[in-house]
Each structure stands twice: as structure tokens, then as C-alpha cells.
Design a protein around this ligand. Structure first.
Ligand code: 1OR
Length: 288
């Protein structure tokens, strides 16, 4: 009999791998540049090697334009060192600065994913080092995961009240960083007094909220439902978790790690802070 492995369809390998020779030192610099980048998560060993093999080092000077809005998409870029500004011009208006990138950031995926013109202009704001990945390798290895995740979270994130003021692209970046976790009825999601490392959005189900008062008596606070968020307080203030949160029935949450929370939710930090000002009032009202 023939083993399944030897029957692997040959059309799967119907491409020529891009291999740009590089030194061990370069490989290590690529590895640390992509270590915390969500688009490179969940690659298997071969995919990881193919991506590293295909990357090209690109040194750019302060002021150099890497991508021009309206241009054709050729490469996807990861920042090793340096800094970049992003400008968008809408309907012929003068370009406005919408974003910036530093080490570990990445840009230029949109035109490659959607066969669209470049959506923005990206300019170096210091002498910088980039790693460029060609369009074919990007599409073969990184695209599926990325677009699947963006699609999966898109409609949910559109309906989270906290995030309505964001640009669609900002929600896409959040989707890249999210991971879903399921809890069963009564499972403890957050424990009062613990150190906080994650932020949570409720994708489905409900959660109950309780708090221990100074005498160690646990009392109930208003619960949480789909579209609500929690876990921001400990991250905003670097304080222990203020309450207990438990699943009420089956609960599905999307979580964001602390670094991603700081980077991606910057634009709504004022809303988060304003909303958290109400927590004390709510607690006092419940305790009375
Ligand atoms: P690209 O291939 O279109 C330009 O080339 C890149 O700039 C783009 O991929 C993104 O990686 C990146 N809208 C669109 N593209 C953006 C944006 C952006 N920011 C960075 N890029 N907006 C900024 C959201 C804060 C929306 C502005 C209306």
C-alpha cells in the first residue's frame, strides 16, 4: 500500500521558494524583529523558515519614502529599528498623519492582501532597518491566517460600543492581536487581588462581577454581557485586579495582552478612564 504522505498532492508545491542568502546574525535579527508580531504567530517550522529565508534587509535613511499611497503593492515590511510615519490623503485633501510605527511594527499588508493600491504613504522618520517580504511569499504564508482572523472578528468588533469611534483599520489591527478563550459556568476569569496581564471583550455569554469588601464579605455588582469589556483597570493603573469575574453559563471572551492593549487601545484610553470613574459610584450604590 501507499502511505498517505507519499501521496501528498504535488500541486501544493507549485511555486519556487524565495531564498535570499543571509548570515546567522541577520537571521537572529529577523527573529527578534518578528518575535512579538502577531502576524507571525502560529507558523509551523517550515513556514517560519520560508519566511525568514525570503526576507530582504533594507536600510533606509531618515525622510525616505518606503510606500506611496496609490502605488502598487510589492513588499510587506517589518521594522527592526527606527521609526516611521503614516500619512493618508482622503479625496485629494492634503495628507494627514494617521499612525506611526517603531521596532516590531509592520506595514504594507493591505495592498498585498486585497490586490489594492497602497492605502497610505509611509515615510522613515529616522535612519532605520526594515525586513521586506515579497508579495508571493506574503500571500502564500501570512495572508490566510491574517485575513481569516480579521474576517472572524470584524463584525463582532464593529458592535463593541467602546470601539465604534475607531477606524476600520484600527479594528483590523486589534483583530490581529486577539485570542479567544472559552469558560464554563462558574469558572473564575479574573480573581480580585491578582496581577493583571490581559484585557477582555465578551464575544458571547454573560459574566458575573463580585467584590470582597474590607470585612471579606463578597457582594455582587452589575453583570456583563456581549460587547462589554473588563480587565482594563489593572492595566491602566498597574494595580491588582479590583473584582472577581466569573462565567455565568458558557462564556467566550476575546483577550488582548498588556502590550497590545497599550498600543492598540491608545485612541480610546480617555473613554476607558471616563467609564472607570463610574465604578466607585456604582459600587457605593450597590453596597447601600
Ligand atoms: P498598504 O499595502 O496599503 C500602506 O500600504 C500601509 O500603511 C497599509 O498597507 C497599512 O499597512 C498601513 N489605513 C490604511 N493603511 C494604513 C493605515 C490606515 N495606517 C497604517 N496603514 N489608517 C490609519 C488608522 C489609524 C486609516 C486612515 C483613514
Amino acid at each position: 500500500s501507499v502511505s498517505a504522505e507519499s501521496m501528498a498532492p504535488s500541486q501544493d508545491k507549485d511555486y519556487i521558494k524565495v531564498v535570499i542568502p543571509k548570515t546567522e546574525e541577520q537571521r537572529q535579527r529577523i527573529e527578534s524583529s518578528i518575535a512579538n508580531n502577531f502576524l507571525f504567530k502560529n507558523l509551523d517550522e517550515e513556514q517560519y523558515k520560508d519566511v525568514v529565508d525570503a526576507m530582504v534587509e533594507k536600510r533606509v535613511a531618515d525622510g525616505e519614502e518606503i510606500i506611496r499611497q496609490g502605488g502598487i503593492g510589492d513588499y510587506f515590511y517589518v521594522v527592526e529599528t527606527g521609526s516611521f510615519n503614516v500619512y493618508v490623503s482622503k479625496n485629494g485633501a492634503p495628507p494627514e498623519r494617521v499612525m506611526d510605527y517603531g521596532p516590531g511594527g509592520s506595514f504594507g499588508e493591505l495592498a498585498l492582501m486585497y490586490n489594492a493600491p497602497r492605502a497610505a504613504t509611509v515615510v522613515a522618520t529616522s535612519d532605520s532597518v526594515l525586513w521586506a517580504l515579497d508579495r508571493v511569499t506574503f500571500r502564500r504564508i501570512l495572508m490566510e491566517n491574517t485575513s481569516r482572523k480579521r474576517r472572524m472578528y470584524e463584525s463582532f468588533l464593529e458592535e463593541v460600543p467602546l470601539l465604534v469611534s475607531l477606524e476600520p483599520y484600527e479594528r483590523h489591527k486589534i483583530a490581529d492581536a486577539l485570542e479567544s478563550i472559552y469558560y464554563e459556568d462558574e469558572d473564575l476569569v479574573i480573581k480580585q487581588g491578582d496581577i493583571g496581564n490581559s484585557f477582555y471583550l465578551i464575544e458571547s455569554g454573560e459574566a458575573s462581577v463580585t467584590k470582597f469588601d474590607e470585612d471579606g464579605v463578597e457582594f455582587e455588582l452589575p453583570g456583563l454581557k456581549k460587547g462589554d469589556y473588563f480587565g482594563e483597570l489593572a492595566l491602566l493603573n498597574n494595580k491588582p485586579r479590583a473584582v472577581n469575574i466569573r462565567a455565568k453559563g458558557r462564556l467566550k471572551v476575546a483577550t488582548l495582552g498588556k502590550k497590545a492593549f497599550v498600543r492598540l487601545l491608545g485612541p480610546v484610553v480617555d473613554i476607558l478612564k471616563r467609564n472607570s470613574d463610574n465604578y466607585e459610584t456604582i459600587t457605593r450604590n450597590v453596597q447601600q
